[in-house]
Structures are given as C-alpha cells and as structure tokens.
Ligand binder design. Sequence first.
Ligand SMILES: NC(=O)c1ccc[n+]([C@@H]2O[C@H](COP(=O)([O-])OP(=O)(O)OC[C@H]3O[C@@H](n4cnc5c(N)ncnc54)[C@H](OP(=O)(O)O)[C@@H]3O)[C@@H](O)[C@H]2O)c1
Length: 313
Amino acid sequence: MTTHHATTASTTASTTASSTTTAAVVRTAGGPEAIDLVTLPAPVAGPGEVVVEVELAGVNPVDLATRSGFFHDIGVVPAGTPVGLGWEVVGTVSGTGTRVAALLPGLDRPVGGYADRVVVPGSDLAVVPDALSSEEAATLPLNGLTAAQLVDLAGDGAGRSLLVTGAAGAVGYYVLLLARASGFAITGLARQGDEELVARTGARLVTTLEGQQRRYDVVIDTAALVDPALDAVADGGTYLGVLPAVKPGGRPGITVDAVSVVPDGARLADLLRRTVAGELPARVAGVLPLADAAEAHRALEQGGVRGRYLLRP
Ligand SMILES: NC(=O)c1ccc[n+]([C@@H]2O[C@H](COP(=O)([O-])OP(=O)(O)OC[C@H]3O[C@@H](n4cnc5c(N)ncnc54)[C@H](OP(=O)(O)O)[C@@H]3O)[C@@H](O)[C@H]2O)c1
C-alpha cells in the first residue's frame, strides 16, 4: 500500500476512534519517576496526515535527555509545559489497519510516540513488510534513518577510512553496515565484550582511542566522545557528531558537522526492506508495557543495553 492510500483511508478512521488517548509525558524534568501517564483528547488528523494506533514505541537516548531536562537546560524546551516522549512507532493506520512505521521528530510537543494514538504526516510513513514482526520494525525508524543520514553526510566511501565510536550502539552499528555498503573501510570503537557483534559487520575493532596513531578520513562519533574523536580525524577529514545542539567548534583543516535526523517515509521503507534482506538486523532488547516506561529508562541510563527497549501501550 502506498502512503497516499494510507492518507485517504484514515479519513474514515477519525469518526470511529475513541475520544481520548493515553500518553507518557514529563511535566517536570527529572529522574525516570518524572514520567507520567496522562489522558488527553484523541488526536485528529489534519490534511495529509493519518492517525496511527500505536502498537510499539521505541525508547531512545533522546527520550532520556528530554526527561532529565537536557533540552530544558539548553533552552529548547520551556520549563513547566508537559512534554511528550517518544520518537518512533510501529502501529496500524486507523481505519485501514495497514501496519506502518514512522519517525516522530520533535522535542517540544504535548504527545510523542509513547502513546496509544499519534498523528503522522503520510509522507513520513513506511508500510511494514509482512516478513517483519512489529518488534523488528519498531527498532528501525530513528536509528536506521539517523545512520543513513550520517552516512549521506560522510559522502562517497571510495575506499576512504571511517571510524564509528559507539559501534555496538543502535545508531553506530547501522552506520558501520551502511558505510561499508557505501565503500568505506570501516573501523568501530566499542566496549570489550562487543567484539563479536562488531566483527559481524566486517569492521576492524578498537576498544580505546588512547595511544592510537591511526587517523581516519571520517569519524562518526555516535558515543559523543568529542575531543578524542576529533583527534582521530585526519587532516582534511570530517567529524560528524550526533548532538547538533552542542556541536563542537571547528578545528583547522577539519570539517565538523552533526546530524539532525529528519523523517523520510520512502527511505524508511528501503531500510525496512534491507532488514528483511538481512542487511540491517533488528536489535530488540525487550518489550515492556507503556506504564513501565520508567523501567526502560532506568535500564538504558545504566548503559550496557544492546538493542532497543520497546513500549506497548
Ligand atoms: N542528532 C540526531 O538526529 C540523533 C538521532 C539519533 C540518535 N542521536 C544520538 O546518538 C547517540 C547514540 O544513540 P544510540 O541510540 O546509538 O545510543 P546507544 O544505543 O546507547 O549507543 C551508544 C553506544 O556507545 C557506547 N559507548 C559510549 N561510550 C563509549 C566508549 N567510551 N567506548 C566505547 N563505546 C562507548 C555505548 O556503550 P555502553 O552502553 O556500554 O555505554 C553504546 O553501545 C545518542 O547520544 C543519541 O541521542 C542523535
């Protein structure tokens, strides 16, 4: 089914949907206990939008940063307004039942993906192939699109060397796989214990940048190490960060940029096809009820999680 069909069909849906939605929001930034379940009026789709009945929502570092007040502190989110959490969902288009995945960007908004119902622009949706479970598909929108857009920023591989920090992480692992497919000679910085995972991508593994003499044409710093990662860039090379709000200053002879992921339904559909083909394996850490969102935040905050936690409303 195309996005256009999804958009058309949703019009039927809004008349039958219930009049409220449950969402996890943060009223006052703080620890995981700051996450509140609230009942809100059901969202209504505008022109070109659909209502998606959420089946699963991914839990990502950006949600932890929002909940803990990072974006309040840098002035992106005003204090005192409830903020919705959640940047990615899999669910069904209200009225048609078509299974779709979507990236839901936005830091300052009343409802995100941690909800039982969200409104999504039709162009941001990708139909989930039958061969994928909803769990598998739910791990792709944020991490897959971010990785793909980072590799776009890196340019053509053509045998150039590329280092990914945080190579065992959700974004870093996909960057390695997509960068290799673009012709880069890839190296991953990951923890000891992640050797086998990184080896599966065909990358060379390093577990520290300390004392390393090697320099890389491109460094993609998904672990946000900043200075040691900048030091690893060769003259004339490129540093790509993942935190645009705190992009490091330039260094002579080095290009510095950061990704700001944007939705792209067609690209997401391609990434989902690549997951079906085994090129981008889905990585699921576990599935929890939406009411246990705080538990997923605690686990992710501790570190060492490999794969994504998913919330089921
Ligand atoms: N700007 C954007 O559009 C955008 C979009 C998506 C994500 N992001 C950001 O990208 C970053 C990565 O996201 P993610 O989902 O990939 O997070 P993740 O799954 O938690 O991965 C981060 C990885 O980095 C590893 N790591 C941290 N410090 C390390 C070190 N010193 N040496 C080796 N490995 C290290 C972590 O290992 P441990 O778990 O063992 O610590 C983890 O495997 C986050 O900051 C996120 O907010 C930005």
